[in-house]
Design a protein around this ligand. Structure first.
Ligand SMILES: [Ca+2]
Length: 323
């Protein structure tokens, strides 16, 4: 079986770490590179987080590239404290002073263009953070997206429900212009795991306990980085009832990765054109689904709706049994 080539673009927080581990564990994937972008933490932290995850899984041979430190327009002050200031729960004490030497000298955007051009129509790109690196890639090389096999994005929303602002999801609102560019200009098959999709297909907290208490280095690492994070705290768990979706364990980025690994994980999706709002005072960064094709766009994307949660849970379980 020839393996599917994958590049992961990430703002490595805890759920990105989970998604990366899922990719590393998948026997049908070959991870060509990891490219880093600001988001859950500053891009320098993101780079260190990715190196840490690769080291835990003993996969340091995979090259890591540093990318955009902020959005195309304006400044980011959205560094989420959702997963702690460093993105991985603020529990890692032994920082690697030599981390910079382990990052490739090439910029992430140049690396994306080069690698995708070297393997035309063979690379699946999985985007787990703000889409700045992807937007820059298509502006530098207008054929970039046509050279991709496909694109999987965690981001945006399908019901106008926001998790950072009233109507916008974190990854998209962190750089609305880039999200707009990607969804207008990327012409490869594109699959979206929105915020609502991940929340509506949540797992139980009992499952989470079983997941992180497996006997393997990756599981122990995940247990450590989720130990002090409020998003995973047992006390918050008891009272945490999302106003829309109820309680549950949601590993956002892993949903996009799971769809890349095994398309049968997605049981149902909506195929339609989409556009990102960049202007609204309440809706900036919101994804709009054009179910009636009012925008007359020729390109559609697939917005995931229903997940085979049992299959998804199986991929998660396997991902923490590493190395
Ligand atoms: Ca992410």
């Amino acid at each position: 079986m020839t393996k599917k080539l994958v590049i992961i673009d990430t703002d490595c927080g805890i759920d990105d770490a989970q998604a990366i581990m899922m990719a590393l564990a998948a026997s049908n994937l070959e991870v060509l590179a990891v490219t880093c972008v600001f988001g859950n933490a500053a891009v320098e932290n993101v780079c260190q987080n990715v190196l840490r995850v690769l080291s835990v899984c003993e996969r340091q041979e995979i090259p890591v590239f540093q990318g955009s430190a902020g959005p195309l327009v304006g400044f980011s002050n959205l560094f989420s404290d959702h997963f702690g200031g460093d993105g991985l729960g603020d529990v890692i004490k032994d920082q690697d002073p030599q981390w910079k030497e382990k990052i490739q000298p090439e910029h992430a955007v140049n690396a994306l263009i080069r690698l995708v051009s070297e393997h035309e129509k063979q690379v699946s790109l999985v985007a787990l953070g703000p889409l700045t690196n992807l937007a820059l890639a298509v502006k530098l090389d207008p054929r970039f997206s046509q050279k991709l096999r496909d694109l999987f994005i965690m981001g945006g929303n399908m019901e106008g429900k926001g998790n950072v602002t009233l109507c916008a999801e974190f990854n998209f609102v962190s750089d609305p212009e880039s999200a707009y560019v990607v969804l207008e200009e990327f012409l490869c098959p594109t699959y979206l795991a929105t915020w609502e999709y991940s929340c509506r297909n949540a797992l139980t907290w009992e499952f989470f306990e079983e997941l992180i208490n497996q006997d393997a280095p990756a599981a122990r690492f995940m247990k450590m980085i989720t130990s002090k994070c409020w998003a995973y705290s047992k006390e918050t768990m008891k009272i945490k009832r999302d106003v829309y979706f109820g309680p549950g364990f949601v590993s956002y980025d892993a949903y996009a990765m799971a769809a890349c690994i095994d398309s049968s994980v997605v049981l149902e999706s909506i195929e339609c054109p989409v556009r990102v709002e960049v202007q609204g005072s309440m809706t900036r960064g919101m994804l709009v689904l054009d179910r009636t094709n009012s925008l007359n766009k020729s390109h559609t994307v697939r917005v995931m709706v229903k997940c085979d949660v049992a299959k998804f849970g199986g991929l998660l379980m396997e991902s923490l049994r590493q190395p």
